[in-house]
Design a binder for this molecule. Structure first.
Ligand code: GLP
Length: 261
């Protein structure tokens, strides 16, 4: 894992946008896995700015939206698709036919999940997967206890997740108790992963992900086995890391190397 500790959320979002934009510049037909949530909002703002100011083009990019609340349509303001449409899809030149998203209203859930995996394979697999992390250490909606080789499926949500999502709903009692999510096995197939975490409330989950044992209790810990993961965190989110001095040292070394290289 490459751990990058940023001064604050703005720096983290800028760095994340640099990584995504760099991948698109190298491979204009990038297959990009995305999630919703508060954390990637700054990344999406920066990508929109780069599209407007630097002509960063998404015209050949394919996007996979890796989770959705069960029972919510794409026009429901609480749906994850709605949030991505508002924050990114409608603000850049993504081709609507290149946006693949799980549908919370799909009539045959199992078939829909299989189709989603199939579409990913047909697209050649995800090149870069963007992730956040839940307070309980989940990635996607892979709550504690999820199989570490799971694929796209329906998942019951943990109480902390339901609590954290209430702010996105006009009526907090409306937060669905189930979701569709790409599995851990699905996520691990991505060639590269970028995980972001911001804030003190994520510090325990971040420490368990990076320094804890690999366990389905903290599903993000499985990222320790992936060969190409960048973890972007701000200072508060780094607050529980035991080996933080060493990570800062590595970060400084890599900055120097980048400058001299
Ligand atoms: C949600 C989503 C995740 C997201 C995480 C953190 O439940 N399923 O994809 O990364 O929780 O959300 P936030 O970034 O709002 O803290």
């Amino acid at each position: 894992m490459k751990i990058v500790i940023c001064a604050d959320y703005d720096e983290l979002s800028l760095n994340a946008a640099g990584i995504v934009a760099g991948s698109i510049s190298r491979k204009p037909d990038l297959v990009l896995g995305l999630v919703a949530g508060d954390t990637p909002a700054g990344l999406y703002r920066n990508l929109v700015a780069r599209h407007r100011e630097e002509k960063l083009s998404f015209a050949k990019v394919t996007v996979f939206l890796m989770n959705e609340f069960l029972g919510l349509g794409r026009d429901h303001p609480g749906s994850l698709f709605f949030s991505l449409r508002e924050n990114l899809f409608d603000r850049v030149d993504l081709v609507p036919g290149n946006i693949r998203a799980l549908d919370g209203l799909a009539p045959e859930i199992e078939k829909h999940c299989l189709d989603f995996e199939d579409q990913m394979k047909k697209a050649g697999g995800v090149d870069l997967q963007v992730l956040g992390i839940g307070r309980d250490g989940h990635i996607g909606f892979n709550e504690p206890g999820s199989s570490l080789s799971s694929h796209t499926r329906r998942k019951a949500l943990n109480e902390t997740t339901i609590e954290d999502r209430k702010k996105a709903f006009a009526n907090p009692d409306e937060v669905p108790r189930h979701a569709l999510t790409a599995g851990i096995g699905t996520i691990l197939q991505a060639s590269e992963i970028l995980l972001m975490a911001s804030g003190r409330h994520k510090a325990e989950a971040v420490a368990e992900m990076i320094e804890g044992p690999i366990s389905s209790r903290v599903t993000a810990s499985i990222l320790q086995v992936h060969p190409k993961v960048t973890v972007l965190i701000d200072e508060p989110a780094a607050g529980c890391l035991e080996n933080v001095a060493y990570y800062r040292y590595l970060q400084e070394q890599s900055r120097r190397y980048d400058r001299s290289g």
